[in-house]
Design a protein around this ligand. Structure first.
Ligand code: EPU
Length: 417
């Protein structure tokens, strides 16, 4: 099995260019099958989640052509059949085929999605939304058949502003008859990116990016060209790396507005950043002080940056408190960081951790347990004394485009072995 080997302690200088957003593209690709013609999407990151979605499209007889960061999807000859257990389980975002196939064919046959084991991650809100649009759901042993004679717009209130449920309901509702209103909708930038894509195809969606989204159903969706927004989690990861090792390190092709909570917390810790329109420069590493973070839905502090931030906090002087409010199991990385020399305590409910810094991290063998936890270990390896070997790296490659190449380019000693 391939592993990542890192020799820690090297200063990083130059420019890291951020790729297209994983959590946007993984919804845009399933959304493309709602189009009655061909669509083209650009700024597509080279990550394994995209390959897994291509395999599902191939299984459904849709064609894809991927070249130079673009993907062209033609689903004119798509066949609506069961998405097998193996294909559904590969990734979390396979669940976007629920909304997309329901919208297009009024029927979906697939299994419970996969994804990182960071909590229970139920899909009850997605299913509730489909039912309110008129669908009937049959579930047995994690196998779902969702079907409707016809889909009819409705008022849908989400008990929690779930990213997945908001997008999935939008996907089904664009082809439903009449008006759908989603209240307490998620407001993440990825939601806006998907709504813009659908509107470019002729959908009528208003309010994406706010807590109330209104969708008027349409019969036909036409060809369009669309660009994936920059990945705010990838940008945030490199910003944190820059704070720990950067010397005139520029993070380019990013949207600083999408990272306000992280920028505020790094500033509070003492990180000195030059914030441009589409880039941030970190001039030098300083001594940092402890800060507390609490994960929240957007625009709060992103849970997807919590684990990488934990590595940063091991380097801040004093006690930092992390409160994880989104997932029940997102501290698995801390046990690996402990092997490297980090000091922390986790509360019995697994929702609060206190990190004591500044710790001297030492390279060792660690295994990634999930995507962002893997990234947290990788950042630790970059700052640790000596050599770090990371196992289970498929988690990291699922979500970070060319991470080895990008870091090598700015001076890191990192390779896949
Ligand atoms: N939830 C429910 N019921 C539902 C849906 C969600 O209880 O029907 C709960 C979840 O269990 C969780 C919380 O609501 O505790 C948030 O879930 P949400 O639905 O918002 O997340 P998601 O759609 O499953 C996406 C990203 C995650 C990211 C979250 C939050 C994708 C494929 N995944 O997940 O990304 O953490 O939104 O921003 O877009 C990652 O990139 O590492 C990652 C895990």
């Amino acid at each position: 099995m391939p592993k990542i080997k890192i020799e820690g302690g090297h200063q990083l200088t130059g420019t890291i260019t951020v790729s297209g957003a994983k959590n946007s593209v993984v919804a845009l690709i399933p959304a493309a099958i709602l189009c009655d013609e061909k669509v083209k999407i650009s700024n597509v990151p080279n990550i394994t989640d995209v390959n897994d979605l291509e395999n599902i499209l191939d299984h459904l007889n849709a064609t894809t052509v991927r070249k130079d960061g673009t993907i062209e999807i033609n689903s004119s000859d798509i066949i609506n059949k069961e998405i097998t257990y193996e294909l559904s389980k590969k990734l979390r975002a396979s669940y976007y085929f629920m909304g997309a196939l329901l919208g297009r064919f009024k029927k979906v046959d697939m299994y419970f999605p996969g994804g990182c084991a960071i909590g229970a991650r139920p899909i009850n809100l997605h299913l509730k939304g489909f039912e309110l649009l008129g669908a009937k759901i049959t579930e047995e042993d994690n196998h779902f058949i969702i079907e409707a004679d016809k889909l009819k717009g409705n008022n849908i209130y989400l008990d929690f502003p779930s990213v997945g449920a908001t997008i999935n309901i939008m996907l089904a509702a664009v082809k439903a008859k009449g008006k759908t209103i989603i209240d307490n909708a998620a407001q993440e930038p990825e939601i806006v990116n998907i709504a813009t894509f659908l509107n470019n195809m002729g959908a009528k969606i208003k309010g994406a990016g706010t807590s109330t989204i209104t969708i008027i159903g349409v019969k036909y969706l036409h060809s369009c060209f669309h660009e994936v927004i920059p990945d705010r989690i990838e940008a945030g990861t490199y910003l944190i790396i820059g704070a720990l090792l950067g010397k005139k390190l520029k993070i380019a092709n990013m949207i600083p507005n999408h990272l306000e909570a992280l920028i505020a917390k790094l500033t509070e810790a003492g990180v000195d950043m030059e914030i441009g329109i589409d880039n941030i420069i970190i001039n030098e590493v300083k001594d940092y002080k402890a800060v507390d973070i609490k994960t929240l839905v957007y625009p709060g502090f992103a849970t997807d940056l919590q684990q990488v931030m934990a590595t940063f906090l091991t380097q801040c002087k004093g006690k930092s408190l992390i409160e994880e409010t989104i997932y029940e199991n997102r501290f698995q990385n801390l046990l690996r960081l402990e092997k490297m020399g980090a000091e922390f305590k986790i509360a019995p409910d697994n929702r609060i951790a206190v990190i004591k810094g500044k710790a001297k991290l030492k390279g060792t063998y660690v295994d990634a347990t999930d995507l962002r936890g893997g990234a947290s270990l990788l950042v630790a390896g970059l700052i640790a004394e000596g050599e770090t070997t990371i196992d289970n790296i498929s988690y990291i490659l699922r979500g970070y485009d060319q991470i080895i190449e990008k870091l090598t380019e700015v001076g890191a000693k990192i390779e896949i072995i």
